[in-house]
Design a protein around this ligand. Structure first.
Ligand code: ZN
Length: 300
């Protein structure tokens, strides 16, 4: 697989403001900055977020951000010398009885601990937060007046899963899909669209990652089009059957790509918080493409 084009993901360096600042933070100190940006209280009940591996007293001078804690990504973090890898997806979402290195997840745990690399999950708390995954998508697609599709049960009114907002002017579905394709990192699966290419749209709902559980909220939002990932046949088909005047049209994107877009913004936000606190930390977005698909065949 080709590496993600990280041209937009320049390294972020949180430079300390003066020589007598606190310098390199410990992992525990860095986690306080993470909590400020993406509070664990915003995570969904079923989710598992927070520290997966690592000693709170260990110093952290280099942080890598990635979508998935795959072995390839972990090796990239180790090779760069990161003391902390922050991933969107949890390594251990379900309970385990063994972390023996005979399984991929067990080997991942071994490589992290052997190399002294901590692992932190920022998952649905990173989706829900202001500046989170869907906020970044909405911004990249050029939406205004953005509000959550499903407001967070605990938190501010602008926090929650998914976002809905408006384009500054009417656009054809085809042109909007081209914009979606352009702003997301290039992956083998491309972008799939359901709807008429020339239909005019303005109100757009987005949800980074798998979003086919949100159709009720999408319909209630009166969105003309819904952009999300992992749209399965039945929810997508039923949504099209019950569409009103063809709406909402659907744009199905790569799960990985839809969440990758958040990483440069998250790196910058974390860098800003740490540098405001006087810490000196280098932050980088991983170049590994962990989208599982490699090629696609289409008719014509
Ligand atoms: Zn996801």
């Amino acid at each position: 697989m080709e590496a993600v084009n990280t041209a937009v993901a320049e390294d972020v360096v949180a430079e300390k403001e003066s020589d007598d600042g606190p310098g390199t933070p410990t992992l525990g100190e860095l986690l306080l900055a993470v909590e400020e940006l993406w509070p664990e209280s915003l995570a969904e009940n079923w989710d598992e977020v927070g520290l997966v591996a690592g000693r709170p007293e260990a110093p952290v001078g280099k942080v890598m951000l990635a979508v998935d804690p795959t072995l390839e990504t972990i090796e990239e973090a180790i090779a760069w010398g990161a003391q902390l890898l922050v991933t969107h997806h949890p390594l251990l979402l379900k309970g385990v009885n063994s972390v023996a290195a005979t399984t991929a997840k067990g080997l991942a745990v071994h490589r992290l601990i052997e190399s002294g690399t901590a692992l932190l999950t920022v998952h649905t708390n990173g989706d829900s937060a202001v500046g989170g995954v869907s906020d970044v998508l909405a911004d990249a697609f050029g939406l205004d007046n953005v509000v959550p599709l499903t407001p967070a049960s605990q938190g501010l009114p602008e926090e929650g899963i998914g976002r809905v907002g408006e384009l500054p002017e009417l656009m054809t579905l085809g042109d909007f899909a081209a914009r979606v394709f352009e702003v997301l990192p290039a992956v083998a699966g491309g972008v799939r669209v359901s709807g008429e290419r020339d239909a005019l749209i303005r109100r757009v709902a987005v949800c980074g990652g798998a979003g086919d559980s949100l159709f009720d909220a999408v319909r209630a939002s009166h969105a003309d089009v819904y952009v999300t990932a992992d749209l399965r046949h039945h929810p997508a088909s039923e949504a099209r059957e019950s569409a009103v005047n063809g709406r909402p049209y659907l744009i199905d994107v790569s799960h990985f790509a839809s969440e990758w877009l958040w990483l440069p913004a998250a790196a910058e936000a974390l860098g800003n918080v740490l540098s405001d606190q006087g810490y000196d930390v280098e932050i980088r977005v991983a170049g590994t493409n962990s989208d599982p698909w490699d090629f696609i065949l289409t008719p014509g």
